[in-house]
Design a protein around this ligand. Structure first.
Ligand code: XIL
Length: 366
C-alpha cells in the first residue's frame, strides 16, 4: 500500500539528505547563481543554494560586458556581493569567465584608430582586465574559467577575434596573466561538446601545451549542457576517462542541465519566421512536465551521477547551471520563449523526482 501511495505521490518519503552531504569526498557540488540571488532578492532560491551546495558560479555577472563595460569603467557591485555571499556561506567560489568571444563588449575588439584591433593593442587590454578582475578577488575566488569555448567542433582553434588579432598564443597569454594575478587560484579551460572525440582531442592538446610551458592548469571543464538522450552515457563515460588520462588534470562538469525539449537541427541560425515555427512545434510541455518525462529525466540524472561516482577520483566538481527550473537560460536557448524543465527543482522551487535520483546515485559513496 505504502509503495502505491509513494508512487502516486500521496505520501512523501523521508526528507532527502542535502546533495553536499552525499557527494563523494573531494568532489564539489555547485550551482550557478544569478544576480537576483547573489543580491539577496531571491531568498527561496538562496535557501536551496545554502542548504544543498558547497560551490557557486556566477551565471553572468563576472563576464566582461557586465564587469568591465567600458575601457575605463568597471562595475564591481554585483560581483562583490556574489563573492561576499559565497564567502559568508562557506562556499568554494568560482569565477566565470575571463576570456570568451561572447558577452564581450565591442570596444575590446575595436582598434585604436578605428578598424580591427591588433595584437599590441589587445594583449595589454587582456592583461589589464585579468589583473584587475582576478586581483580584486585574490584569495577569495578559488578558481577561474580562464578561457571559454576556444575550440571548433573539429578540434581546431575557433576563429574568434582573439585568435585573429593575437594569434594562437592568446591562450598562453591568458593563463600567464591569470597566474600572475593570483598564483593561488585554480585555473581552468572550459568548453562544450568535449564528449565528441575531435573536439576533446583539441581540448587535451590545449591543456597539454599550456602545461608543457610550465603554466598552471588545474582543471578542464565540460559544460554539460546535455539533452535527455544525447550524448549517450557511454560517450560521457569515455570522455571523462580520456580527459583525465590525456591531461592529468581534474575533470569538471561545469554547467550541467538537461534540455527535455526536442532539438531541431535548424534551431541554430534559423531566421525569425522559421524560429517561430520551430518554437510552436517544439514547445511541447507548456503546462508542466508529464510524469513519464519526469521519470526519464530522473533516470538520465541517475546515469550521469552514476558516472560521477565511478570517476570520483577524476571529477573535481559538478555545477548545475541554475537553481530551479524557473531561472533556467534554456527557456530562451536555442529558441526564445519555450518552457523547459532542465534542473532538480521545479518552477515553484519544489524538489523533482530527479533530485531523489541524484541523491540515490550518490548515497553510500561517503
Ligand atoms: C548563459 C547564461 O546562462 C544566460 O543568462 C546568458 O544570457 C547567456 O549565457 N556557456 C557558458 C555560459 O559558458 O556562460 C552561458 O551562460 C551558457 C553557455
Amino acid at each position: 500500500m505504502l509503495v502505491v501511495l509513494l508512487a502516486i505521490g500521496v505520501v512523501t518519503a523521508a526528507p532527502l539528505p542535502p546533495l553536499k552531504s552525499v557527494t563523494p569526498p573531494g568532489v564539489r557540488i555547485g550551482v550557478a547563481v544569478n544576480q537576483a540571488q547573489s543580491d539577496g532578492r531571491d531568498q527561496a532560491a538562496l535557501a536551496i543554494v545554502t542548504a544543498q551546495f558547497n560551490s557557486i558560479s556566477p551565471e553572468n555577472l563576472l563576464k566582461w560586458e557586465v564587469v568591465h563595460p567600458e575601457p575605463d569603467r568597471y562595475d564591481f557591485g554585483p560581483a562583490d556581493r556574489y563573492v561576499e555571499f559565497g564567502r559568508q556561506a562557506g562556499m568554494f567560489v568560482v569565477g566565470h569567465v575571463l576570456l570568451w568571444h561572447e558577452q564581450t563588449p565591442p570596444w575590446v575588439f575595436a582598434g585604436k584608430a578605428g578598424g580591427r584591433v591588433d595584437r599590441d593593442t589587445l594583449l595589454p587590454r587582456l592583461r589589464e582586465h585579468i589583473l584587475t578582475v582576478i586581483g580584486r578577488y585574490r584569495g577569495r575566488i578559488g578558481g577561474w574559467d580562464v578561457v571559454n569555448e576556444a575550440l571548433d567542433e573539429d578540434g581546431s582553434l575557433r576563429k574568434t577575434p582573439w585568435l585573429e588579432a593575437v594569434g594562437e598564443d592568446y591562450l598562453v597569454k591568458a593563463f600567464e596573466f591569470a597566474r600572475e594575478a593570483d598564483p593561488g587560484a585554480e585555473l581552468y579551460y572550459n568548453d562544450y561538446n568535449l564528449w565528441k572525440p575531435a573536439k576533446r582531442a583539441g581540448a587535451i592538446r590545449i591543456v597539454n601545451e599550456l602545461r608543457a610551458r610550465g603554466l598552471r592548469v588545474d582543471g578542464i571543464g565540460e559544460q554539460a549542457h546535455w539533452g535527455i538522450a544525447d550524448p549517450p552515457i557511454a560517450e560521457v563515460d569515455t570522455a571523462i576517462g580520456e580527459l583525465s588520462a590525456g591531461t592529468g588534470v581534474k575533470v569538471m562538469l561545469t554547467e550541467l542541465d538537461i534540455d527535455v525539449l526536442p532539438r531541431d537541427p535548424d534551431m541554430w541560425g534559423a531566421d525569425l519566421s522559421k524560429k517561430a515555427k520551430i518554437r510552436a512545434a517544439t514547445n511541447i510541455y507548456p503546462n508542466g512536465l508529464p510524469d513519464d518525462q519526469q521519470r526519464r529525466l530522473a533516470r538520465r540524472y541517475a546515469d550521469i551521477f552514476g558516472l560521477v561516482v565511478k570517476h570520483r577520483d577524476k571529477v573535481r566538481r559538478v555545477t548545475f547551471w541554475g537553481v530551479t527550473d524557473a531561472q533556467s537560460w534554456l527557456h530562451d536557448f536555442p529558441i526564445p520563449g519555450r518552457v523547459n524543465y532542465p534542473l532538480l527543482w521545479d518552477h515553484q522551487g519544489r524538489p523533482k523526482p530527479a533530485l531523489g535520483a541524484v541523491v540515490e546515485a550518490l548515497r553510500g559513496t561517503r
